[in-house]
Design a protein around this ligand. Structure first.
Ligand code: RBV
Length: 417
């Protein structure tokens, strides 16, 4: 067995978690069943860098059953579930991942997965693609293509492609309708609420809850917080997003105005320095601050540190900062993705569709990679509809079908009033 994990004794517990996820990921499991017979990924070496959770484990095992050799690392220093990592390691998956990595260890783990000289890469946040591009560009010639799971990663890869710097094609899994309209909205909504609750056990009802960013993720968080009785304030920089938040019934204002009002703050923007020194200075005593964006730069913890006189871990993933002014501010999950650090990430049911898209993207790249350009590709509409159709089927839901007459009507420009 190769790899590095925290504790092999946790493998049994991890296996039970993975089986639980398998039960709730019927679309991905149907793909596993179908492709474990034909093994279309035979000969492929996939290096993956994505949160080591029970859902990711189901994806990894599906890739392997479809014939691929897989090597894995986590994509965040605090998101690895050590029991799941242990179960994968015990199952013979080369995996380098444990909870609480330093930055140097984080990149060391990624580099270990590159020793197999991948033919495909699978990323969440693009750290693996960047490592290849910046440190081991020679490896790119073996790579048929890669896929990217999250909004922030896709933004950066599109920027790289626009500059002509991308060395191989990448599929933007995040931008699939069956990914961002579900994972980002309902997944982030529920798992972020879950993370805040596990770290604090506070009552949402009656609290003022400030959500920075009203993209897919922020929208999901705002909706769920409101559903639990919180008074939601949204901060935005994009006029159309702010307008949507206002018409969805939320108060909209700049962070400067929201800072003294909020009981709980969560950032979901993909941008750095959303909460900075002047905001911390104006917050109420006891304010809770966290982030659900991919990187930990949205809440400027260096600024907070500069006015902190004492720090105390008061609960798991909840750190009290006592300020010079005497006020206390609580930071959850060290400003990293609160849903993955303090809870278990998105529920299996939504990851089912995200990872079905990941799996189909790996098949697509294995088969078409050599003919593709070095740019970012969207998921085909037909794949989105097929994954949604399968999901509906597993939920026991039926829908209508257009008649031939209706299909003609759809594009008939001679018919009007
Ligand atoms: N995410 N994965 C999980 N349970 O495995 N939860 C969240 C899980 C992904 C999600 O798709 C999002 O785009 C990304 O984490 C952010 O890093």
């Amino acid at each position: 067995m190769i790899g590095k994990i925290k504790d092999l004794n946790l493998a049994d517990q991890g296996r039970l978690k993975i089986e639980w996820a398998e039960m709730h990921m019927p679309v991905l499991m149907a793909l596993r069943k179908k492709y474990s017979e034909t093994k279309p990924l035979q000969g492929m070496r996939i290096s993956g860098c994505l949160h080591v959770t029970k859902e990711t484990a189901v994806l990894i095992k599906t890739l392997r059953d479809a014939g691929a050799e897989v090597a894995w690392s986590g994509c965040n220093p605090l998101s690895t579930q050590d029991d799941v990592a242990a179960a994968l390691y015990a199952d013979g998956i080369p995996i380098w991942a444990w909870h609480g990595l330093s930055t140097a260890e984080f990149y060391w783990c990624i580099e270990q997965t590159l020793q197999q000289k991948p033919t495909l890469t699978l990323d969440d946040g693009a750290d693996l693609v960047f490592t290849i591009h910046h440190k081991f560009p020679d490896l790119a010639k073996n790579v048929l293509g890669g896929s990217e799971e999250t909004t922030t990663g896709v933004h950066r890869l599109r920027a790289m492609a626009a500059d002509g710097k991308l060395l191989y094609p990448v599929v933007a899994v995040n931008d699939a309708e069956t990914k961002w309209d579900f994972d980002n909205v309902y997944g982030t909504g529920q798992s972020s609420i879950d993370g805040i609750l596990r770290a604090t056990n506070i009552l949402y009802a009656g609290k003022t809850f400030v959500v920075a960013g009203y993209g897919h993720c922020g929208k999901g968080v705002a909706k769920r917080a409101a559903g639990m009785g919180a008074n939601v304030i949204v901060t935005e920089i994009k006029p159309t997003a702010a307008l949507k938040a206002a018409l969805d019934g939320f108060r909209v204002m700049p962070m400067d105005a929201a800072a003294p009002l909020g009981d709980i703050f969560i950032t979901a923007t993909g941008m750095k320095d959303v909460i900075v020194l002047r905001h911390f200075e104006n917050m109420k005593d006891g304010a809770i601050v966290c982030n659900t964006g991919h990187y930990d730069c949205e809440v400027n913890l260096k600024d907070l540190q500069s006015i902190t006189v004492e720090k105390l871990a008061v609960r798991p993933n909840c750190c009290e900062h006592k300020l010079r002014s005497g006020k206390r501010i609580f930071v959850l999950g060290e400003g990293r993705l609160v849903n993955l650090v303090a809870a278990e990430g998105h529920p299996s049911e939504v990851m089912d569709m995200s990872f079905a898209n990941q799996f189909m993207s790996m098949l697509f790249l294995a088969q078409n990679g050599p003919r593709l350009e070095k740019r970012v590709y969207d998921i085909p509409e037909a794949q989105d509809q097929e994954i949604a159709r399968l999901k509906l089927e597993t939920m026991g839901l039926q829908i209508d079908t257009l008649t031939p007459e209706q299909i003609r009507y759809q594009t008939a420009y001679s018919e009007g009033t």
